[in-house]
Design a protein around this ligand. Structure first.
Ligand SMILES: *Cc1c(COP(=O)(O)O)cnc(C)c1O
Length: 358
């Protein structure tokens, strides 16, 4: 038998989370599948949402072209838009929707011979200060797109910097500034990422753009939303040993046993995307019961504490995150976000479950 490590992907949970988000937000929702659907497999996730999702969004054209090549016919928005004229030609050729967030992209469209009938998502910077037209320039950019004759449809969008912080007024100010600057311009609106959908009732517009929530990782500080974890990263104990007081475990010998400690070895490591920086105490479950990581994470294995679980042993199931262990809790322990953990998953097979899997 090969090593028993895998990432199970629950497609029913993905569909549940999408429907939940669209219901909560109202209007329509683009399921964000960038970065290989946050590590979950973009093609399989798009197929699972076919006929359910109003459309998809990815960061870059090549991600969208890969979905088209796999037979995905639904609308796909390229969130970063065209990088050059060839990129724009590809967007046109594959019938993609494209963001336009800066002057150079506006010029690409104005100067393109082929561009025609584009659905442009014109992006305004309402306060994040990363990409997007300044609010003072958004009406002029809109007018130039219309004048180019190359856009058949223009949706106005913006992106939130701090929607996952309910006690900050940044989001309310972004919404108000965006609304004021775009008042009177025709076209639909899209402002909400996952945190906007979950945390900000006044951020509901024509289109939501949920990403992380689709995968069941609630970005709000106090999740109350009933999302279902989609990925379960799991393996089994493949060896057991008992440390004696004074024994130092693993690289660096950072974990020193103070009393006898029964250790289980698990064939998952940082080469699979489990964070090397996760400290002793990071939660895991073993045969469904809470336990903890001990010692340093290696490339190909990690060590868990079986001391309080005498009935566990070789073959016991270990969950690193998923339905029992919140990926948010692992991320917090490792000083990062669920986003980074999920999209770093590699080397382990993705095993699809739910209606219409494998
Ligand atoms: C990634 C992204 C999203 C989705 O964000 P989540 O926080 O994962 O919901 C939405 N809009 C834009 C522009 C993005 O880049």
């Amino acid at each position: 038998m090969a090593r028993p490590s895998r990432a199970r992907i629950d497609l029913d949970a993905l569909r549940h989370n999408y429907r939940f988000a669209r219901q909560l937000h109202g209007g329509r929702a683009l399921a964000v599948l960038k970065a290989n659907a946050y590590g979950h497999g973009a093609v399989r996730c798009a197929q699972a949402l076919a006929g359910i999702a109003d459309g998809f969004a990815v960061a870059f054209t090549d991600e969208a072209v890969a979905l088209r090549a796999a037979g995905v016919t639904a609308p796909i928005l390229v969130l970063e838009g065209a990088f050059d004229a060839d990129d724009l030609a590809n967007i046109q050729a594959h019938g993609l929707w494209t963001a336009v967030h800066q002057e150079a992209q506006l010029q690409l469209i104005e100067q393109s011979a082929q561009a025609d009938g584009l659905h442009v998502w014109l992006k305004a910077d309402s306060g994040m200060r990363r990409v997007g037209f300044a609010l003072a320039d958004i009406a002029a950019a809109h007018a130039r797109l219309v004048a180019s004759g190359k856009a058949s449809r223009i949706t106005l969008m913006t992106h939130f910097a701090r929607a996952d912080e309910p006690d900050q007024d940044t989001t309310a100010r972004q919404i108000a500034a965006f609304d004021a600057a775009t008042a009177g311009l025709p076209g639909e609106r899209s402002v909400s990422n996952s945190a906007g959908v979950l945390g900000w009732a006044d951020a509901r517009r024509d289109w939501a753009r949920p990403g992380i929530l689709l995968y069941g990782a609630d970005p709000m500080p106090e999740p109350v939303h009933g999302l279902q974890a989609v990925m379960t990263l799991e393996s089994q104990v493949f060896a057991v040993r008992t440390l004696q007081p004074g024994d130092a475990l693993g690289y660096g010998g950072r974990f020193v046993a103070e009393h006898p400690v029964r250790i289980g070895l698990v064939a998952v490591g940082y080469a699979d995307g489990y964070p090397r920086i996760a400290p002793t105490g990071t939660p895991v479950t073993v045969d469904g019961r809470p336990s903890r990581l001990v010692g340093r994470v290696s490339m190909d294995m990690l060590t868990v504490d079986l001391s309080a679980l005498p009935e566990t042993g070789i073959g016991s199931r270990v969950e690193l995150w998923g339905k029992q262990v919140s990926v948010n809790d692992v991320a917090r322990a490792a000083g990062t976000l669920s986003y980074e953990l999920l999209c770093n998953v590699k080397r382990v097979p993705l095993v699809y479950e739910g209606a219409d899997a494998p």
